[in-house]
Design a binder for this molecule. Structure first.
Ligand SMILES: Nc1ncnc2c1ncn2[C@@H]1O[C@H](COP(=O)(O)OP(=O)(O)OP(=O)(O)O)[C@@H](O)[C@H]1O
Length: 256
């Protein structure tokens, strides 16, 4: 399994909060499906920002690889939290998907006809081809999520990062959405950040828990010991989930 990202002893912080992440090491593999859990303010978004080059680390190293060779940069698609989207913004589904294309090295920063032609097949893949000319404000949460997923994959990224997707998924669409993610995952590595441990455990290949430091679990066959250990160093919100660790284990007993 080739790595695509290797993070070594990363420290990241802000001027007034220098130690948000300490000694964080992590490898993301080709075709990985890595779930990231952790408490509010634990540093998940900060880790994503560091990976995307939006927040410079104070020390440590992030390396990128393509086909086993070290490269300076890999193409990463990002699916933002829906509450960061202004649904009143007058923009169509077509424009949102198109905006995922980077205008790299183009002298005139405008999309060309061949760029626009890439939108329709993506819309078909996401099942939103009938909505292309709708304004995003007219979409349901599930539809908007598919549109944003289309935007994240249109530029053929090696990796897509999804920040809290289930926080805005209409539960009826959730299964379909995860089926879609599984299909995408055959070609593209996925990093999925969620508060919902249940979702994470049933979907991912590997798990990391971020709470200033990072606790990694290879494989999704999580033991109760790991979960409890992770909860100690990485308390996550389980309100409303009852005795989730037990349910998770039961589910796994049936599955394996
Ligand atoms: N731009 C910033 N400037 C200063 N402090 C920040 C900044 N962004 C985040 N922080 C602080 O860094 C810490 C980690 O925040 P971060 O958003 O990475 O956590 P998170 O795990 O993604 O949280 P949540 O689950 O609530 O989204 C928090 O204490 C937060 O207040």
């Amino acid at each position: 399994m080739n790595p695509i990202i290797e993070i070594e002893k990363l420290h990241v912080g802000y001027e007034n909060k220098p130690d948000v992440l300490k000694e964080v090491s992590l490898t993301v593999f080709e075709n990985d499906f890595l779930g990231i859990i952790g408490p509010n303010g634990g540093g998940k978004t900060t880790l994503l920002k560091a990976i995307m080059g939006l927040q410079a680390p104070s020390s440590g190293r992030i390396s990128f690889f393509e086909d086993g060779r070290r490269v300076n940069h890999i193409n990463i698609g990002y699916l933002p939290q829906i509450n960061q989207i202004d649904k009143k913004f007058p923009i169509s589904v077509h424009e949102v998907i198109l905006s995922g294309l980077t205008l790299r090295g183009k002298f005139i920063k405008r999309y060309r006809a061949e760029d626009k032609q890439r939108v329709e097949p993506i819309a078909v893949k996401m099942g939103v081809e009938d909505l292309l000319h709708r304004a995003i404000g007219e979409l349901s949460g599930g539809q908007l999520q598919r549109v944003l997923l289309g935007r994240a994959i249109i530029d053929n990224p090696r990796l897509i990062i999804l920040d809290e997707p289930s926080s805005y998924v209409d539960k009826r669409f959730e299964n379909n959405f995860y089926k879609l993610l599984d299909e995408i995952n055959r070609e593209i590595a996925i990093v999925l950040v969620s508060h919902d441990v249940g979702t994470i455990i049933s979907q991912v290949k590997n798990i990391a828990c971020v709470n200033q430091t990072l606790h990694y679990h290879s494989g999704s066959n999580i033991s109760q010991e790991w979960l409890m250990g992770a909860y100690d160093s990485c308390p996550i919100e389980i309100i409303g989930h009852g005795a989730l660790p037990h349910r998770v284990l039961l589910q796994h007993d049936h599955d394996h």
